[in-house]
Design a protein around this ligand. Structure first.
Ligand SMILES: [Fe+2]
Length: 396
């Protein structure tokens, strides 16, 4: 008889695990750029057993940012990095009751990566976890139930256990959403629906050809946002859109990442101007919206029935922040350049970060979608990718 467990029981993100070829540079970049602080590191035993070493940072909203580099080629990180550039390899979630989560996943025939691990700490704390394979190639999802466990995670040791410390860059709201790319989004969104019980939240398609049909070239994407109603966790998924499928920035990401994967993670802030100014002062680079975007913004605002925003328009423009909204509600967002640009090395990969401030608007910035699209395209064109894509297109 089937059990009655109809919920995955997600609470929030516990941590993000990022695989990098260069632990030190990756850790230093995240500390400098976002004000993340080192809170834990892997123990010697864990490093020996797993053939990897990790440093944990207190990330946005105190979500753990686990940066891991391989010691052994045959480790989980080593195998991931033998195929992919650096990037997000695991999304780790806190759950209410791991036994129930596992029942839910087993019922959906989810592919478990390992059996449930049980760990106890001396202070009567416990830690239960398991993980599943996903439709995102080598990205895994881990599920954790823990209470009073005396370390950040089994096999880790605290460096700085100070709890509830504010992020000095205003990144206290945690993860707004995670966005992934694939050549077909349906394998991914149906995986979210079937295995995780997520529902559709939002959808969009965009193609430069729709705006400039006489251009003779162009590129496009489609996107679906799925969410877990219980926790509010949202995943966006993009796929390329024909015509000129191979020109799409989504196809280019999949090629650069050598498979589908996590394209970006968005951090929420209450004051995007302050957060972005601080990040920019640390030398990080953002995508630039065109002057045309800001020329058109007043007209767009009246079309959006958005009379006023509390932030000064000139500072929004100076900081290259994007605005979208409707009926007096709005959001401000900005996209950072890819990690390969931030760290000035190709193997740092096509993953990037977004910063978002929501003023009542819970959408995904449909108008800004086009701006992001144009901006990324500009960057890819500047890297002569467009020309290469067109050559590939002509072979198809
Ligand atoms: Fe986003």
């Amino acid at each position: 008889m089937k059990h009655e467990n109809r919920s995955l029981g997600l609470v929030n993100y516990h941590s993000i695990q990022y695989f990098s070829r260069d632990l030190k540079s990756c850790v230093e970049w995240h500390k400098k750029t976002f004000g993340f602080e080192e809170i834990a590191q892997s123990s010697e035993n864990w490093e020996k057993r797993h053939g990897m070493r990790s440093v944990v940072l207190r990330g946005a909203g105190s979500i753990g940012w686990i940066i891991t580099e391989p010691i052994e080629k045959n480790s989980t990180a080593g195998r991931y990095l033998s195929t992919h550039p650096d990037g997000v390899a695991f999304l780790n979630f806190k759950v209410k009751n791991l036994k129930k989560t596992v029942e839910f996943l087993a019922d959906k025939k989810a592919a478990f990566l390992y059996e449930i691990e049980n760990h106890k700490s001396l202070n009567d704390g416990y830690w239960y976890e398991t993980a599943i394979a996903t439709a995102l190639d080598d990205v895994g999802f881990r599920f954790i139930e823990e209470s009073q466990y005396d370390q950040f995670a089994p096999g880790f040791k605290w460096i700085n256990q100070e709890k509830n410390k504010h992020n000095s860059f205003g990144l206290d709201l945690g993860i707004d959403h995670v966005t992934c790319n694939g050549r077909s989004m349906h394998a991914i969104t149906e995986f979210y629906r079937h295995c995780l019980g997520f529902e559709q939240y939002w959808g969009i398609e965009f193609h430069t050809n729709h705006h400039k049909p006489d251009l003779g070239t162009g590129s496009g994407l489609e996107s679906i946002v799925m969410w877990d109603k219980e926790s509010g966790i949202k995943f966006a998924t993009n796929q390329p859109l024909a015509p000129y499928f191979n020109n799409s920035q989504i196809q280019i990401y999949v090629e650069d990442n050598r498979g589908s994967g996590v394209q970006h993670i968005a951090f929420g802030t209450k004051n995007i101007i302050d957060t972005v100014s601080k990040i920019r002062n640390k030398g990080a680079v953002f995508l630039e919206a065109s002057d045309k975007y800001y020329e058109q913004l007043p007209a767009r605002m009246s079309a959006m029935k958005l009379d006023k925003i509390k932030e000064p328009f000139n500072i929004i423009k100076e900081n290259n922040i994007l605005l979208d909204g409707s009926n007096s509600k709005y959001l401000l967002q900005i996209f950072m350049k890819e990690q390969s640009v931030q760290l000035q090395k190709k193997e740092a990969g096509p993953f990037f970060y977004e910063i978002i401030q929501r003023e009542g608007d819970e959408s995904f910035g449909e108008g800004n979608f086009k701006a992001l699209f144009d901006s990324i395209e500009k960057q890819q064109v500047s890297e002569n990718r467009q020309e290469m894509r067109e050559r590939v297109d002509s072979l198809c």
